[in-house]
Design a protein around this ligand. Structure first.
Ligand SMILES: [Mg+2]
Length: 164
C-alpha cells in the first residue's frame, strides 16, 4: 500500500533519458518502421530505446499519472516521429520539444495540464536542466543510464517522503 504524497505528473527528457542517443546527432531521419516492428533510420540503422521505457509509460498511465515530455533538441520532427513510431503518444499528455531553457517547457506544461510544480517529478540526464527545475520547486531526478522501473520507484518514494 502506498503512503505519503503522490505526484500528478511525471515529465521526461528524451535523449539519454528515454532513448540512448542524441536524435539530432547519432541517428539520421527520416525514420520508418519495418514489417517486423523494428524502427530504423534513413541508413537502415536500428533505432532503440531504453528497454523498460514502454512498460514504464504504460504503467504510469494505467495508474492515473499524467505524463509529459520536455526536450530541448533541435531535431523536433525526428523526435516527434520516433514518439509516434515507438507508439508512445498514447501515454503522453503534453509534449514540449524545442531548444532553450527547460523552464519555458515547464511553464507551458504547467499551463496546459493545470498542474503545480510541486505536484511534478522531472527526469533528465543533464545537470543543467535539473538545476533549472529545482529553482521552481520541481522534484528533479538526474538519470544516469536511462529510465527504468527502479528509477521511477525511487523517485516516487522520494516524492512521498517530501524530499527535494
Ligand atoms: Mg537528455
Amino acid at each position: 500500500m502506498s503512503r505519503g504524497r503522490k505526484p500528478k505528473l511525471l515529465v521526461f527528457d528524451l535523449d539519454y533519458t528515454l532513448w540512448p542517443f542524441w536524435v539530432d546527432t547519432h541517428v539520421t531521419p527520416p525514420f520508418s518502421k519495418k514489417s517486423n516492428g523494428v524502427v530504423v533510420d534513413s541508413y537502415g540503422q536500428k533505432v532503440t530505446f531504453y528497454e523498460e521505457v514502454p512498460k514504464v509509460l504504460e504503467e504510469l498511465k494505467a495508474e492515473g499519472y499524467l505524463v509529459g515530455i520536455a526536450s530541448r533538441t533541435g531535431e523536433v520532427r525526428g523526435a516527434e516521429s520516433l514518439l509516434k513510431l515507438f507508439g508512445w503518444n498514447a501515454f503522453i499528455d503534453c509534449k514540449q520539444i524545442y531548444p532553450g531553457c527547460k523552464l519555458k517547457h515547464f511553464k507551458k506544461i504547467k499551463e496546459a495540464l493545470d498542474v503545480e510544480y510541486e505536484d511534478m517529478i522531472f527526469f533528465d540526464d543533464e545537470q543543467r536542466n535539473i538545476t533549472d527545475l529545482r529553482t521552481v520547486g520541481v522534484l528533479s531526478i538526474l538519470v544516469k543510464n536511462g529510465v527504468t522501473k527502479n528509477v521511477i520507484q525511487v523517485a516516487l518514494d522520494k516524492f512521498a517522503r517530501g524530499e527535494m
